[in-house]
Design a binder for this molecule. Structure first.
Ligand SMILES: [Zn+2]
Length: 462
């Protein structure tokens, strides 16, 4: 079985390589599994860093993760564990103190003014005494993330090379990378100027933290585009600067996705991260420069906002290349409105495998609108699949497993399924890098041979 130009349409390249250097909490089934972390616990520049826990999959919701659990094992080092969806952090007391969210002496911590109110677009979870529990959601994560020492450029290059190797091992020759800023861009550019042959074609987006940060991302994307034009490096054709990525909401797991049906827990309707005016201005400015706007819209209200703002601009004769990321819940009338904007939709079937266990507990009435891949296609929109690596492992077979599994829950299959299941994982431009082929084992669907630009790629770890 051969896939031409095997494409993961939504990944975080640097994050995938970096993540492979962190403690893995992916297999945790409860807080007690913290004991599985090998001793002595390694750190990166003095910080214990890990990722992959997901308390939605834990049986005991009575006993949520808390900073005190981490304090027991971290000593005086700060400790930060990303949730699997990357929209929440579990941190220890030392990390909260170093970030200015707590002050005091051991056993007698006090919140600081910074921790008394939630930042816009984020949540600091608190215990009954009003002290931060050590769980920070969405933009509240920034106070801690800003304190983690920035990786050096050589450390960044190491993560990027590891990332390429991980994608190749999973069969991919093409990725669409949704994370970049100026520092990352310089590290990436140095790879494309360097001697090491790179075996991956990359579509690059520059990411923003919020509407106030948009100008920076836009300027960086424009500068990167002109860097590439002027670059004589023989490998420069392997990367394309596509556009800017923004967030309209958070993730479902942490109840940050913006949904019309209030979450059963009583936490509200999720996070709305920008106003219509802000979104329309961002769309207009991105399209003025002929860049693509990639919009993170996970909940049905976020998808509806993208449709509403795109339509409002269309009525003024303003249009451009719009890509929508995730669309885990979307209403039929929204998809009809969206189709007039001719967007490209990027979904991650593997998220179904992780989310289906609790989705119905959070937003049961939205069930008819979960994972609407077939509706997206019926409305004539282009659809691609990806993994959101490192949030999920970039495993091709997961897409097939998820669609088959979801069909048993009443979620209609994509239209090309099962006749051309890999269509959604093929890059639309076969002429970009000719000679890219992935051969899969027909039973296990794991890659047995990968060719990039007619050269066979080694599938052993870097
Ligand atoms: Zn992502």
């Amino acid at each position: 079985m051969i896939i031409e130009c095997c494409y993961d349409s939504h990944v975080h390249w640097l994050g995938t390589g970096y993540n492979s250097r962190l403690l893995s909490c992916r297999h945790f089934r409860s807080k007690e599994d913290l004991l599985l972390i090998p001793q002595p616990i390694p750190d990166i520049d003095g910080w214990i860093l890990g990722s992959g826990w997901n308390d939605n999959e834990w049986p005991d919701h009575e006993d949520p993760p808390n900073r005190l659990d981490l304090d027991k094992m971290s000593g005086d080092r700060p400790m930060v564990l990303w949730r699997a969806d990357r929209h929440a952090l579990w941190v220890n007391t030392v990390a909260l103190c170093q970030s200015g969210l707590l002050e005091g002496t051991p056993g007698d911590w006090r919140p600081t003014p910074l921790s008394l109110s939630d930042p816009t677009g984020g949540k600091i979870l608190r215990d009954i005494k009003g002290l931060p529990t050590g769980i920070l959601v969405d933009l509240a994560m920034n106070s801690v993330l800003d304190k983690i020492p920035k990786p050096s450029s050589s450390s960044m290059r190491e993560s990027l090379l590891r990332g390429i190797s991980i994608f190749n091992q999973h069969g991919y020759t093409h990725i669409r990378d949704l994370s970049c800023n100026q520092t990352q861009w310089e590290a990436k550019l140095s790879l494309f100027e360097g001697e090491i042959p790179l075996t991956l074609a990359i579509e690059q987006y520059f990411s923003t933290d919020g509407p106030r940060d948009f100008d920076r991302a836009l300027q960086e994307a424009l500068r990167a585009r002109s860097d590439l034009h002027g670059l004589k490096a023989p490998q420069a054709h392997k990367i394309r600067v596509c556009g800017v990525k923004i967030y309209l909401d958070g993730a479902l797991g942490s109840e940050g996705a913006w949904v019309s049906e209030p979450y059963r827990s009583g936490s509200g309707n999720g996070l709305s991260l920008m106003t219509n005016e802000e979104l329309q201005s961002i769309m207009r400015r991105t399209w003025e420069h002929s860049l693509t706007l990639a919009v993170h819209a996970l909940g049905d209200e976020a998808v509806a906002q993208a449709a509403r703002c795109g339509s409002a601009l269309a009525r003024l004769g303003i249009a451009g290349d719009l890509h929508l990321e995730h669309l885990e819940i979307a209403r039929p009338e929204t998809l009809r409105e969206l189709s007039a904007l001719h967007p490209t939709c990027h979904m991650q079937p593997c998220h179904w495998l992780s989310d289906h266990t609790w989705l119905e507990k959070k937003v049961p009435q939205s069930k008819p609108h979960y994972f609407p891949w077939s509706d997206i296609e019926k409305n004539g929109m282009r659809l691609f699949f990806g993994s959101d690596s490192p949030i999920e492992e970039p495993k091709l077979s997961d897409s097939i497993t998820a669609i088959t599994h979801a069909a048993r829950y009443g979620i209609a299959r994509p239209l090309q399924f099962p006749d051309a299941p890999w269509k959604y994982h093929q890059h639309p431009d076969p002429n970009w890098i000719p000679g890219c082929q992935t051969e899969l084992d027909p039973i296990t669907l794991t890659p047995v041979r990968v060719h990039f630009a007619h050269q066979e790629v080694s599938l052993t770890s870097a």
